[in-house]
Design a binder for this molecule. Structure first.
Ligand code: GLU
Length: 308
């Protein structure tokens, strides 16, 4: 099967150096194996994502010369390429999970907050046993009359294992490390985990290269893929860029967003800066010789003041 990588930005702000670094590695990885790249907008949450960020992301990627072969802005056979327009596909996967009896309705109020946003460390996690899992059929029916539920997956006590191209052998105890998670909010918006799983599979993505903060999401997504009968992609979780004090770069760090970076650097200079960061991890020499499994897994500490 032809190899395919992807960029999967959430258009909730301008890209920053950390996003860009992951996309750069994803792009090098796909190209290094002669693969295609797809751009998908992860705009599930209507309150937090959309324009002007969608347009900005496209423009910033093009400016830097990170090109894609299909997806948002160029079209292709596996569209639409905005998650917001893919609800019917998520509905079908959700119905399949219901028929397998691996989901249950949940009325916990935290659920809505947890579901649709990308799960980064520091954000609220829903570990532990959810009491809604034990409700009887009659109790569920009674509650459903009063309030629409969110839906969670009922994870088994099972270990998911895989070999990450950068982070090495992984083993996630689903019940302990992941915990039942929301795949559909009470307002009907699907959660990140379900949408990404469906999209990666239906878009034919064979290589998922993204930030290390999403490593444990791979455990959840592999389990969902298995339930839904999808083939598993290869994963590579890229080291994070951190400020010297250990802080993660985030969209809130305006100073390292693409606006500020573009004021200071040409596309060529920014690209060699990214390559320089990578060379701290990998001794590759030239972009053409890049190999993902040469990358070391340690996060990179940056002197931010030197970059802008
Ligand atoms: N949309 C997610 C984010 O921007 C990334 C999802 C993924 O790569 O699986 O954090």
């Amino acid at each position: 099967m032809a190899e395919k990588g992807r960029f999967a930005p959430s258009p909730s702000g301008r890209m920053h150096l950390g996003n860009l670094f992951s996309f750069y590695v994803a792009w090098l990885d796909a190209r290094s194996v002669g693969g295609r790249v797809v751009l998908r907008m992860e705009d599930l949450d209507p309150n937090r994502t959309g324009e002007p960020w969608t347009g900005r992301i496209v423009e910033d990627l093009r400016w830097l010369g990170l090109d894609w072969d299909e997806g948002y802005g160029v079209g292709g056979p596996d569209g639409p390429y905005c998650q917001r327009e893919r609800t019917a596909l998520y509905d079908a996967a959700f119905a399949r999970l219901q028929s397998l009896d691996v989901v249950y309705p949940c009325w916990c109020s935290r659920a809505q907050r947890l579901a649709a946003s990308a799960p980064h460390p520091g954000e609220e996690r829903d570990l532990g046993h959810c009491p809604c899992r034990d409700l009887s059929r009659a109790e569920r029916q009674a509650r459903a009359m009063v309030k629409a539920p969110a839906w969670k997956v009922a994870l088994p006590r099972e270990i998911v294992r895989f070999r990450d191209l950068i982070q090495g052998e992984q083993a996630f105890d689903l019940a302990r490390d992941c915990g039942d998670f929301v795949i559909r909010r009470a307002d009907g918006v699907y959660g990140y985990q379900l949408a990404v799983t469906v999209d990666d599979a239906l878009m034919g993505v064979t290589r998922v290269v993204r930030g290390r903060d999403l490593l444990d999401s791979a455990g959840r997504q592999l389990w969902l893929m298995d339930q839904l009968g999808y083939p598993a992609p290869v994963y590579a979780h890229v080291p994070l860029l951190l400020a010297a004090d250990g802080r993660r770069l985030s969209k809130r760090e305006r100073d390292l967003d693409m606006g500020a970076l573009r004021e200071k650097h040409s596309p060529r200079a920014l690209r060699s800066l990214l390559w320089g960061l990578l060379s701290m991890l990998d001794d590759a020499g030239l972009e053409q010789n890049f190999r993902t499994d040469n990358i070391m897994k340690d996060d990179i500490y940056l002197e931010l003041s030197k970059l802008i």
